[in-house]
Design a protein around this ligand. Structure first.
Ligand code: ADP
Length: 494
């Protein structure tokens, strides 16, 4: 495969005007270079936005089922190339092959789901209060969209944005994460392969500040869909507010798993281990707080440590590895810093806490799975998103206390409770301030037909996936047709 990659603008593959490039490296082996990519700047972004604007009128008028067919066909190719893309994704992003296959699969599922939306795309009809008048709602595309994505789901998250944007009739400029540009490039190539008209989907690589920021600012962008850190999301929201743009944000979480005294402890332990350490804790839904009731805390802790001791850390391409490397050295340092913060705050490291540097680990960003005990709700490690293989146990004595602790962060993405008590189950469902709630299932593992997103600081009220995904990229039009032959006056005529 050619190792010099380009932006995709108006149906053509082009370099950044400056000629500058960025390099994508394998997080398990820094010597493994996946390719170079344009380090784009405002002028490159402007060309991509112009191309998307030029393509918009015709795309908006293309029948919805036809728009959706392109998405379906991309899903079908992804199915064929699943294994190849999963392997490349493990090389570029690090996570294990089982997980990268799942990432591609989620993309396939969502393409199929959104292709179906092309033949639904329902509006509502409602009665009119005046005679001989018909009322209905129809969706209208939100315009030209900026799609800005993180690196942890290099196929699934971009498709969560691209598929509904295109089905809804938006044209788009996609700015993928600088750590996973190769998978983003291949994904866009698939849309080219199925014959998507030029300019409907454009790709601009580059750093957040150099390419992402001018994209959000560009007056030709009507709607911004952003997934990433809370810090950057806040900037995006401020810019969009100032410029009067729609924006939807998904900004991570501080997800909790509650273990009640009557829980099936084997399931709870496995869910905790999977939820905390899959993707090395680099999911926005990773379980970073284990809220365990007093009766079962000692036993839960013992079994969890036993399970964590079996976890092998290494390259995601090795079949028995459970913890793959972190995305980059900066992220590794950040996680190690948090381990230090937790210790200073008085939490106790039960296992892990170190970088792995011995044979086999020399050229990657490897960390041990880390479990804190004696974490208390106010600690920084219990409040801030760490995005690494670190979780901690917080004690609780009652369901009410467990729920209060779970709700006591600024985030509200994903939460789980392990219990066999039907009353506790429904109290938890009612009281937990999270956009995603699991009963007897881990905090990770979203399915595409369900809305995904968080309450409070996790977002700004939008949801991705599920039927709600269409709301991100459409405006509602309320349409009334009066066939009475009169000018009827609402609220006045009898
Ligand atoms: P993460 O920690 O997951 O990398 P970031 O919020 O830093 O999260 O990045 C998520 C995405 O946002 C990436 O594509 C990144 O390039 C982009 N980005 C970073 N800074 C900005 C910014 N100021 N404006 C727009 N996009 C940005």
């Amino acid at each position: 495969m050619d190792s010099e990659h380009r932006n995709y603008v108006g149906g053509r593959w082009v370099d950044a005007a400056s000629g500058r490039t960025l390099t994508s490296l394998n997080p398990a082996d820094h010597d493994d270079v996946l390719g170079t990519f344009p380090a784009s700047a405002a002028d490159d972004v402007a060309r991509a936005v112009e191309a998307a604007r030029a393509a918009y009128p015709a795309w908006r008028r293309t029948p919805v089922p036809k728009r959706a067919d392109y998405v379906l066909r991309v899903g079908l190719i992804l199915e064929q190339r699943k294994e190849e893309l999963a392997r490349l994704m493990t090389r570029e992003m690090g996570k294990t092959l089982r997980e990268t296959r799942a990432d591609v699969q989620e993309g396939i599922d969502f393409c199929h789901y959104m292709a179906g939306e092309g033949r639904r795309f329902f509006g509502l009809t409602m009665p009119a209060e005046l005679p001989s008048k018909f009322s209905m709602t129809v969706r209208h595309p939100a315009g030209v969209a900026a799609l800005i994505t993180p690196w942890n789901f290099p196929i699934a998250i971009p498709l969560w944005k691209i598929a509904p944007a295109l089905v809804c009739g938006c044209t788009a400029v996609f700015k993928p994460a600088e750590d996973t540009p190769l998978l983003a490039t291949i994904l866009v190539q698939l849309f080219e392969e199925v014959g998507l008209p030029p300019g409907v989907l454009n790709l601009v690589h580059g750093l957040g500040e150099e390419a992402g920021a001018p994209l959000v600012e560009h007056p030709g962008i009507d709607v911004v869909s952003f997934t990433g850190s809370r810090e950057v999301g806040t900037i995006v929201a401020e810019v969009c507010a100032r410029l009067g743009k729609r924006c939807s944000l998904e900004l991570g979480g501080k997800n909790a798993l509650i273990v009640m005294p009557d829980a099936d402890l084997d399931l709870a332990v496995e869910a905790a281990a999977w939820g905390a350490f899959a993707t090395s804790g680099q999911r926005c839904t990773s379980t970073s707080r284990l809220i365990v009731t007093d009766e079962v805390r000692a036993e839960f802790t013992r079994r969890l440590l036993e399970r964590v001791a079996t976890m092998k850390v290494g390259s995601g391409l090795e079949p028995d590895v459970e913890l793959a490397p972190l995305i980059n050295a900066k992220q590794k340092e950040r996680v190690l810093e948090y381990v230090g913060v937790g210790t200073q705050e008085g939490a106790v490291v039960l296992t892990g806490g170190h970088e792995l540097t011995g044979p086999g680990y020399e050229r990657g960003n490897f960390l041990e799975p880390t479990v804190f005990d004696n974490m208390t709700p106010g600690m920084r490690i219990a409040q801030e998103e760490i995005f690494g293989p670190v979780t901690g146990i917080i004690a609780a004595s009652t369901l009410q206390e467990a729920i209060e602790i779970a709700n006591s962060t600024e985030y509200g993405l994903s939460c789980a409770i392990y219990t066999r008590d039907i009353g506790a189950t429904f109290i938890a469902i009612n009281e937990l301030e999270f956009g995603v709630v699991y009963v007897n299932a881990p905090t990770i593992g979203a399915e595409v037909q369900l809305p995904f997103g968080g309450m409070k600081g996790t977002g700004n009220g939008h949801r991705e996936a599920g039927p709600q995904a269409l709301d991100e990229f459409t405006e509602w039009k309320a349409v009334s047709v009066d066939f009475s032959g009169k000018v009827q006056k609402a609220q006045m005529d009898e």
